[in-house]
Ligand binder design. Structure first.
Ligand code: APR
Length: 227
């Protein structure tokens, strides 16, 4: 069975990483327009770098939680693909084999002049004036609002083969990522694990599990492992 798990900030919340849109979330403390758009980068790259350097440092201080680990266990019984909107590396550190990042990876730096040039910045900060080997300023390897989502086609291809599609911890407010569920085949079964999960337009047979990831994911995973 092909299981596709689409994760958002909520799966990492119990590891200690703030979500974006919950009360006390990142977009309450910071304006998207100051730190997460190409215009913000043009206007004040140092502020943008500081924001993501802080995020990277914080990510490195936390560890995967039960939900991340249960998705690794599920690989014993099924083919599991994870498509994440998260820029953290907690799925990889938990041990998941197939992880596709839709919105980039916090641990990587990317050249502003050649997007194929990526550098592992684990344990490091990207500084203003720090350039790639071709002499262009480095930027965070994250997808900002208003930018293309390069991995979208790959993600749609993965979703198109899903027998089961599980959403974990996402408000489904941000497109095109939130529309990925509609790339699934007609026979697909759907689950949505999130304390604030609501019906999704166009998905008739959605199983809503209004729970935190740390309890909802293990319960569903143990049911799916029996199939
Ligand atoms: N377990 C499961 N879900 C949780 C938990 C938890 N412990 N805590 C919070 N949540 C849920 C919230 O109910 C909410 O629906 O996580 C969701 C977080 O929503 P957002 O903050 O909007 O995060 P996300 O959906 O991942 O955002 C999408 O927006 O700013 C961009 O690029 C950023 O990838 C991000 C995208």
């Amino acid at each position: 069975m092909e299981i596709v798990v689409f994760t958002g900030a909520g799966i990492s919340a119990e590891s200690g990483i703030k979500t974006f849109r919950d009360s006390g979330g990142l977009w309450e403390e910071h304006s998207i327009y100051d730190v997460a758009t190409p215009e913000a980068w043009e206007k004040d790259p140092q502020l943008v770098l500081r924001f993501y350097n802080d995020r990277r440092k914080q990510m490195e201080s936390v560890i995967p939680n039960t939900a991340h680990k249960e998705l690794v266990e599920l690989e014993r019984s099924h083919n599991v693909s994870i498509i994440t909107q998260n820029v953290d590396d907690l799925h990889e550190r938990a041990g998941s084999s197939n992880v596709l990042h839709l919105h980039g990876e916090l641990k990587m730096a990317r050249s502003t002049g050649d997007e194929s040039l990526l550098y592992d910045y684990t344990g490091k900060s990207i500084e203003f004036g720090e350039n790639c080997e071709k002499g262009y300023q480095l930027r965070p390897h994250v997808v900002w609002f208003g930018e293309m989502v390069p991995n979208l086609v790959l993600a749609e291809n993965i979703a198109s083969k899903a027998d089961v599609f599980i959403v974990v911890g996402s408000s489904l407010q941000v497109y095109p990522a939130a529309g990925l569920i509609h790339a699934t085949p007609p026979h697909c079964r759907y689950f949505y694990i999130d304390p604030k999960a609501e019906p999704i337009n166009g998905i008739a047979n959605l199983n809503i599990i209004k729970e935190k990831a740390s309890t909802g994911v293990p319960k569903l995973a143990s049911e799916l492992a029996k199939l």
